[in-house]
Write a protein that binds this ligand. Structure first.
Ligand SMILES: Cc1cc2nc3c(=O)[nH]c(=O)nc-3n(C[C@H](O)[C@H](O)[C@H](O)COP(=O)(O)OP(=O)(O)OC[C@H]3O[C@@H](n4cnc5c(N)ncnc54)[C@H](O)[C@@H]3O)c2cc1C
Length: 421
C-alpha cells in the first residue's frame, strides 16, 4: 500500500541493497517508500554470504534474527582443482576467531523477507507487487516515478531522491546509458537445487565449495542450504554454456561428467522444483556514474563482478549502508548533489577493485590457489581477508605484489612448479 504521493526517498527494488538503504534512510526520520515488483517473499539466486556481512547485520540490529531463521552456517570456502584435488578449506575462524567469521548460506526468499521486514520496522513504507514502470529524472528534482500496483492501476509519485537498487534490471543506469560490460567476464550460469546432496556431516564444518571442471572452461558452486537442499550452479563463458546447442539441462549434465567432485557429491541426489534449471547470462558490468542529482545506484543496479567469491550480497548490503547514510545526510542538509549522494563511491570502488582483481586471477587458466599459496604461505591472511570481504580496511591489495608476477610467469610458459618457486 502506497500511503503518500510524495516522498523524501523512493527505493526501487527490495533485494539486500534496497532493503538496507531503505532501513538506513527511514530510521533517520525521512519519509521513505520501498517498492518491489514481485510478491514478497520472492525467490533469488545468491545464497552464500561473505562473512563481512556480519557487520551490516549488526548495524541493522538483526544478528539474532539471522540466527533464528535456521540458515546453514558457512565456516569457510574450499576450492577443488580441475584434477579433483580438494585443497585445504579456508576456515575463516582459523584466521579470526571472532563471531564475525561464522557466515551463512541463506535461502534468499527468507533472507530478503527478513531485510524487507527490517525496512518496515525502521519506518519505511513497503509496497510489494508494485512495479516501477518509468522514472523521469529531473535536473532540479523532485523526480517522478510511474508505478503499477497489484490491481494493475498506474499511479504517479514524486521523490526528492531515488535510490535505484533494482538489481540487474538497473533501471536508472539503463535509462541514462551508464552500463559498461566487462568483455573478459562475459559469463553465464545454469543452476538447480537438489535433495540428498552430500553434506559435511560428522561434525565437519559446512563450506561453500568451488569446483573447477577438468577442462577449466567452467566451474561449479556447491552450497548446502538450511532446508536440506543443496544449490548447485555451473558458471562459464556465455557462449561456452549457452551457445553450444542443447538445453541448459543437457549442458549442466555434460559438465557434471567433467567434474568428478560434483558427480561424487550428487551421487544419490535428486533435483527439486520439478526438475527446473535456472539460467542467468552476461551479468558482469560496471556503471560510468553511480550518483547524480537526486539519485544514487546501490548493489547490482550499479555494478556486478562475478559470483565466484560470493561477493554480490555483501556488496549490495555495504553499498546500501553507505548510500543510505549519504542520502539521509543529504536530505538533512538539503544537499542532493552527485557529490553528496556519491561521496562513498570512491572508497567503495577502491575496495571492490581488489575483489575484481582476484576474480580475474581465478579466470586465468594458469592460476591455482593451491599453487600460489604453496609458494607464498605468508599471504594466507591476505587471501582470507579478500575471501571474507575485508576490502575496505588495511591493505587488501598487498597480495597482488606477489600474485601478479606469479601469474605472469605462469602465463609466459613457465610451469606451475617454476612459477611457484
Ligand atoms: C549466477 C549468480 C550466482 C550468484 N551467487 C551469489 C552468492 O552465492 N553469494 C552472493 O553474495 N551473491 C551471489 N550473486 C549475486 C547476488 O545475487 C546479487 O549480487 C544480489 O542479489 C544483489 O542484491 P541487490 O539488492 O542489488 O539486487 P537484487 O537482489 O537483484 O534485488 C533487486 C530487486 O529489484 C526488483 N526490481 C527490479 N526491477 C524493478 C522494478 N521496475 N520495479 C520494482 N522492483 C524492481 C527485483 O524484483 C528484485 O527483487 C549471484 C549472482 C548470480 C548472477
Amino acid at each position: 500500500m502506497i500511503a503518500n504521493r510524495s516522498y523524501d526517498c523512493v527505493v526501487i527494488g527490495a533485494g539486500p541493497g534496497g532493503c538496507t538503504a531503505a532501513s538506513i534512510v527511514a530510521e533517520q526520520g525521512h519519509s521513505t517508500l520501498l517498492i518491489e515488483r514481485d510478491k514478497m517473499p520472492r525467490f533469488h539466486v545468491g545464497e552464500s554470504l561473505m562473512p563481512e556481512a556480519y557487520w551490516i547485520f549488526e548495524r541493522l540490529g538483526i544478528l539474532s534474527e539471522m540466527d533464528k531463521v535456521g540458515f546453514t552456517r558457512k565456516h569457510g570456502v574450499q576450492f577443488v582443482s580441475k584434477a579433483d584435488k580438494e585443497t585445504q578449506p579456508f576456515i575463516f575462524a582459523e584466521h579470526d576467531d571472532r563471531p564475525c567469521s561464522l557466515s551463512w548460506h541463506v535461502q534468499r526468499d527468507k533472507f530478503d523477507q527478513l531485510l524487507y521486514d527490517t525496512a518496515f520496522n525502521r519506518g519505511a513504507n513497503c509496497s510489494d507487487e508494485t512495479r516501477v514502470l518509468d522514472v523521469d529524472i529531473r535536473k532540479k528534482g523532485p523526480h517522478r516515478l510511474t508505478l503499477q500496483t497489484a490491481d494493475g492501476k498506474e499511479q504517479e509519485i514524486v521523490a526528492k531522491v531515488i535510490i535505484d537498487s533494482s538489481g540487474q534490471s538497473s533501471m536508472i543506469a539503463n535509462r541514462l546509458e551508464l552500463k559498461e560490460y566487462y568483455p573478459d567476464l562475459k559469463k553465464a550460469a545454469i543452476w538447480a537445487y537438489f535433495d540428498n546432496g552430500i553434506r559435511a556431516g560428522g561434525g565437519n564444518p559446512e563450506v561453500t565449495c568451488i569446483l573447477n571442471t577438468e577442462s577449466k572452461d567452467a566451474w561449479f558452486w556447491y552450497i548446502p542450504l538450511g532446508n536440506g537442499t543443496v544449490s548447485v550452479g555451473l558458471v562459464g563463458d556465455n557462449d561456452f554454456l549457452l551457445k553450444r546447442g542443447g538445453s541448459p539441462q543437457k549442458t549442466f549434465e555434460e559438465e557434471i561428467k567433467n567434474c568428478p567432485g560434483i558427480k561424487r557429491r550428487l551421487i544419490d541426489a535428486t533435483i527439486v522444483e520439478g526438475g527446473r534449471y535456472h539460467v542467468a547470462k552476461e551479468f558482469s558490468y560496471t556503471c560510468k556514474e553511480q550518483a547524480g542529482d537526486g539519485w544514487v545506484l546501490v548493489g547490482d543496479a550499479g555494478g556486478f563482478i562475478d559470483p565466484i567469491y560470493s561477493s554480490g550480497v555483501y556488496l549490495a548490503l555495504k553499498s546500501g549502508v553507505m548510500a543510505g547514510e549519504a542520502v539521509a545526510e543529504g536530505l538533512f542538509a538539503d544537499n542532493l548533489s552527485p557529490k553528496q549522494l556519491g561521496k562513498w563511491t570512491r572508497e567503495y570502488n577502491e575496495g571492490v577493485k581488489w575483489i575484481r582483481k582476484l576474480v580475474r586471477a581465478f579466470y586465468t587458466k594458469e592460476f591455482s590457489f593451491g599453487g600460489f599459496m604453496k609458494s607464498h604461505p605468508q599471504h594466507a591472511q591476505n587471501l582470507t581477508n579478500l575471501l571474507i570481504g575485508r576490502v575496505f580496511e588495511g591493505k587488501p591489495g598487498e597480495i597482488f605484489e606477489d600474485m601478479d608476477p606469479w601469474i605472469e610467469k605462469a602465463k609466459n610458459g613457465e610451469s606451475m612448479e617454476v612459477a611457484a618457486k
